[in-house]
Write a new protein. Sequence first.
Lengths: 415, 201
Amino acid sequence: MNLALRIAKTHLLAKPRQTIVAMLGVTFGIAMFITMVSLMTGLNDFTEELTMTSTPDIRMYNDVTEPRKSILEEQKPTGLVVVHHPKPKNETPKIRNAFQIAEQLRQDPLVLGAAPLLSTQVFYNYGPVQLNGNLAGVDILEEDKLFNLRQKIKTGSLEDLLVSTDGIIMGAGLARKLNMINGDRVVITTPQGYTMTLNVVGTFQMGLGTIDNAKAYANISTVQKILQKDQSYVTDINIKLRDLDLAKPKAVELQRLYGYKAEDWETANATFLTGSIIRNILTYSVSITLLIVAGFGIYNILNMTIHNKMKDIAILKATGFAARDVRNVFLIQSMAIGLIGSVLGLAVGLGLSYLVSLVPFNGGDIVTMDTLPVNFHLKYYLIGLVFGNATTAFAGYLPSRAAGKADPIEIIRGQ
Amino acid sequence: MELLLIARHLNKYFYEPEKFQVLTDINLEVPKGEFVSLVGKSGCGKSTLLYLLSTMDTDYEGTVELNGELLTGKNQNELAKFRNEHIGFVFQFHFLLPEFTVLQNVMIPALKLKKHSEKEIEARALEKLKLLGVEEQAQKPANKLSGGQQQRVAIARALINDPNIIMGDEPTGNLWTLIIRRWFWTSFSNSHATWARPSSP
């Protein structure tokens, strides 16, 4: 065994209490880091998954509220023109040739699926009460490819919708509000005033209150019939990509290509993403603070140890230890404290985050969850290990180097 | 006679609290096998000279040559290696490493030198302890020994690497007379060793 290592080990074992206190500082820091990071990234993943189940990677639609050039501006492009408060033109939000566009998109190697749909606001009539919501006319099998609907179905099945001409699959929250079960009939009214009676064939639960309490699926032809539109009337195309991260550039490309507004999921869920970023900032700043505090603890303890060991340092140097050897003796001590402390911290952190994952948590109407979501990803344990060791190595390096540079003559004279 | 230690024109200054010349043009030659004592009143620079000759203090003018090797101008790492191999030290206060056993204390300089296997080093360390009459204490922690015993262990440690020269800074400050005699005798029986021992009159 290396001599510096052996001396370091003897020093550590000679003062077990001091060693353990120093280790606990690191252990506590790393354990808190692991627990916080597990919970925060668990929450982030949970919300991300929720948003991904409710928003497509790219949604293409005809944005009739988009500001447009007035005729005056088109006629006199060079002059100073002021048009006060222009309003949108009365045009239908229809996407022309939607089915052909969808077919074309499916040929794209980057695209996993493209589903045309027809979305409209409706009122659900429940006796005298009218509930606001929206109804999506979809090809339910295409929609399943995009959002994995089959797993979200609580009662009934996708096929029941396919075979019925007036079927509807409702969000579980909406069905509860309307007091509906499968087989019941619901009367809906469109903003244009058309009324129709539909047959409830199933319910689904996405886990997100805003969707489960308001949304329902029907066949695309059913919705076209309710709105009294023709067979080609489609308002949106939902697109799923093979690589999520390509959504932003791809959306820009599609918007330029087809002339319709294409919105990527990041833009659509900006609030969720801001939440994730803030949680990440919080996690890392608190963890780094904890580790810095632990680092100062190690710095102090090592400084004290070295101060008490001045005589030993003089002896080691007089009998032929170079500055580097003496430095290593103390550096090894802090590294050992760091390594054992962080490994213990990882274990404690794993235990704590497991306990957190058992805590019951009622998401209420907003999200469906029973316990707090916790992430047990190996990556964060590796980060914790590296963090813990880097802090202690750094905190230990400065006093160790000072010990290596100590002048034996001064120490001996001081006796 | 072959010269072991040669010092030429040594000048040494202290700068704190004010500049003061403590050693002025010291010239010294010590032949191999010689026993040398430095005697002088307190504060005349005996210890200071010893620190220069022992290579621990490098801030001086002049040259120091030991065992045919010029030591002036070498860097700290080279000097540490040289001390390890060629110089044995005994200090006025016993200066053992308190967490280690007596045997480990004696072995550490040899483990640093790595000239022999650990088994051999252990046998040699026990032999040196026996020479100084403290072999029964070998497995005790160093801080459990009496002052005199500790000093004998320190001497055993100085001998472990068979140095060319052993330097002592008032090493018998707290030793029993019989032991001193016995110890002098053993050191002289080691024909290679030379003693430089400053002591106050």
